[in-house]
Design a binder for this molecule. Structure first.
Ligand code: NAG
Ligand code: NAG
Ligand code: NAG
Ligand code: NAG
Ligand code: NAG
Ligand code: NAG
Ligand code: NAG
Ligand code: NAG
Ligand code: NAG
Ligand code: NAG
Length: 289
């Protein structure tokens, strides 16, 4: 398992987004907005349907269907959300994040040896951490950054009948490998070993490269202004609308900002009156028996 360290990689440039229209959201105006999908909950600035989310890429989709039990929640572009979305952040450098999963398949074409892959996630989001599992046969996996490549793993298969199930069982480099990364970039390159060989085999392990991302976290920030100071200058678009809330520069992106309830308050700083007196453990000590 290879863990790439975050600091050196976390430079990210986001495109400025159009300003959201309308005034500050209040609990009543959001009253018609759903805050759950299946067993998952979420809250403003995320939402489903017009008027329920702050910026276009915070629009969620809930898919229902007989084959989807419970219903499934998605960010734009088909990235699946796999845990509750909690928007409050505290000023301890805690970047709020959305837990997601993703899977993708690259078809292996005879005669083509190099395959580039970039994980596309919605704008305003950036990968914080992920574990990726890669299955396939006979190729090297590289992580690409600033024109430099770093070998992550070398996948080989023993024979034509080796199956995906066997490969995934140990995921030890035989038909499968996995690694974790912690970076704002996600560019991979797959280079096949045997440049001439063409497999007539019907075995999906030989015909494709499959990626699946799990325990993946996407950080996010409000990006219609690059920092707290410019957001405060342009009050019309200021996201921290609750009383007793304040702005935090988004430290891991160097772009955009976040909102948090002031010390002693808790709740949702993105909606008017969203932060209220924290009646929790700071006042009444909890007894653990
Ligand atoms: C909320 O979601 C439920 C089912 O998940 C749906 O029936 C209902 O119409 C939704 N309400 C709104 C206001 O979108
Ligand atoms: C939601 O349900 C799925 C499938 O039943 C389960 O795997 C997952 O842990 C649940 N998530 C939460 C946040 O309860
Ligand atoms: C793959 O990426 C490498 C460098 O990152 C580049 O030189 C090459 O042209 C790319 N290949 C394709 C098919 O895009
Ligand atoms: C990447 O390499 C190409 C060709 O060698 C060069 O033109 C380009 O400036 C390099 N980019 C970076 C970010 O180093
Ligand atoms: C990966 O292993 C294959 C077969 O053992 C070998 O041909 C290839 O050179 C190795 N790749 C690297 C980068 O070491
Ligand atoms: C790796 O996994 C494969 C199949 O999953 C198994 O046959 C092989 O013995 C394992 N190798 C090692 C070194 O554990
Ligand atoms: C590469 O493929 C050729 C043709 O199928 C085969 O004869 C050769 O043994 C292969 N080489 C390796 C290192 O797998
Ligand atoms: C591929 O495999 C499927 C079952 O896994 C089989 O039905 C089909 O006939 C096979 N096709 C070829 C071209 O071997
Ligand atoms: C919370 O906000 C209210 C309304 O703006 C203000 O009067 C009060 O002083 C604030 N409380 C604290 C502890 O900042
Ligand atoms: C946020 O970042 C801006 C620009 O980088 C800086 O001027 C400002 O002092 C920072 N504000 C806080 C609260 O850290």
């Amino acid at each position: 398992m290879i863990l790439l360290l975050p600091a050196a990689y976390s430079l990210l440039v986001l495109v400025l987004l159009p300003m959201p229209t309308g005034g500050a959201p209040t609990a009543p105006t959001l009253a018609g907005c759903n805050t759950s999908c299946g067993n998952l909950t979420f809250e403003y600035p995320f939402g489903i349907g017009q008027g329920c989310f702050r910026q276009p890429n915070f629009e969620l989709t809930c898919l229902h269907g007989n084959h989807l039990q419970p219903p499934s929640l998605f960010l734009q572009g088909g990235t699946q959300v796999v845990d509750d979305i909690v928007v409050s952040s505290s000023d301890d450098n805690n970047v709020p994040s959305v837990s997601v999963s993703m899977s993708d398949t690259i078809s292996v074409v005879p005669g083509v040896d190099v395959y580039n892959y970039t994980w596309t996630y919605p704008e305003s989001f950036f990968p914080l951490y992920a574990t990726v599992q890669i299955t396939g046969c006979d190729f090297d996996v590289y992580f690409i950054q600033y024109n430099e490549s770093m070998l992550l793993c070398n996948i080989t298969c023993p024979n034509e009948i080796f199956t995906e199930g066997e490969a995934k069982k140990n995921c030890n480099g035989t038909g499968c490998c996995y690694f974790s990364f912690s970076t704002s970039f996600f560019d991979l390159q797959f280079v096949r070993h045997n440049k001439t060989e063409s497999h007539s085999s019907n075995n999906s392990l030989w015909n494709s490269i499959q990626l699946s991302l799990y325990s993946a976290d996407l950080g996010w920030s409000i990006v219609d202004q690059p920092s707290c100071s410019s957001a405060l200058d342009k009050q019309t678009s200021y996201a921290c609308v609750s009383t007793n809330s304040s702005c935090l520069n988004s430290s891991s992106t160097y772009f955009g900002y976040l909102c948090s309830c002031d010390s002693g308050f808790a709740g949702n700083p993105y909606i008017s009156q969203g932060c209220s007196r924290d009646k929790g453990n700071s006042i009444i000590p909890k007894l653990y028996i």
